[in-house]
Design a protein around this ligand. Structure first.
Ligand code: SAM
Length: 214
């Protein structure tokens, strides 16, 4: 995290008492170092789904289903449904147990596989897409996702500033060079796409929000 940890903690306190299942998942993710969105980002996703009255929601990168539950809880209120994709069989299996416990099993379709292979096979439009999978593959997902977003639909992407290293002049280990370069290219492409109106928010690990305007 590139902005003060205390600030994120403070923002978390403003969320109030979180539901025990989400708290359990946060603790589990921390214990196993499974990277999940921060509670403030989860809450933000939930708010955006509400605000946009999203009905069809697509997530790339389920892990154990933490962000999926934030999305699906909002979908309960909008009458929407969530499709989520992950290539990790074990994580996806565990997410199904959490969905069941959250009472959201009927609202979520979980697809196992590589998003780069699955996305081209999807033929329905989505009015909310959330990307949170392999950072170095974001550009690959984008070309497949563009045609899937309905007019007025939102595309939200996590980790776009990746520890702040995406900002030119940052210091990071050479092994991250490719990923950071990929994220820079991704943001360039997204922000310059005239079909989308985009903003990048420097909270969590950097979150981009784009709306399809044509
Ligand atoms: C950051 S975690 C997702 C966290 C989750 N969105 C949350 O906040 O609770 C990223 C996930 O993306 C999955 N992933 C990575 N590359 C993928 C790909 N090409 N297709 C599908 N899933 C992928 C990984 O298996 C991992 O579980």
């Amino acid at each position: 995290m590139f902005y003060p940890f205390e600030m994120e903690r403070y923002l978390e306190t403003l969320l109030g008492e979180r539901d025990p299942l989400l708290q359990e998942m946060e603790e589990q993710a921390l214990k196993e170092t499974i990277p999940v969105v921060t509670p403030t980002v989860g809450n933000f996703l939930n708010l955006l789904v509400h605000m946009n009255r999203a009905q069809s929601i697509l997530e790339i990168g389920t892990a154990i289903g933490y962000s999926t539950i934030w999305l699906a809880r909002a979908a309960e209120r909008t009458g929407g449904y969530v499709t989520t994709i992950d290539l990790n069989k074990d994580r996806l299996r565990r997410s199904l147990v959490y969905f069941e416990r959250a009472g959201l099993r009927e609202r979520i379709t979980a697809i196992e596989g590589d998003a780069r292979k699955i996305l081209p096979t999807l033929d329905s439009k989505f009015d909310f897409v959330f990307i949170d999978a392999a950072k170095g593959e974001y550009l690959d997902y984008l070309s497949h996702i563009y045609p899937l977003i309905s007019s007025g639909g939102l595309l939200v992407v996590d980790n776009v500033l990746f520890r702040g290293w995406v900002v030119p002049g940052s210091d990071f280990a050479p092994k991250y060079e490719r990923m950071v370069g990929g994220l820079r290219q991704f943001l360039q492409e997204l922000c310059q796409n005239p079909e989308f109106s985009t903003t990048v928010l420097p909270f969590g690990d950097g979150v981009s929000v784009s709306r399809r305007i044509s």
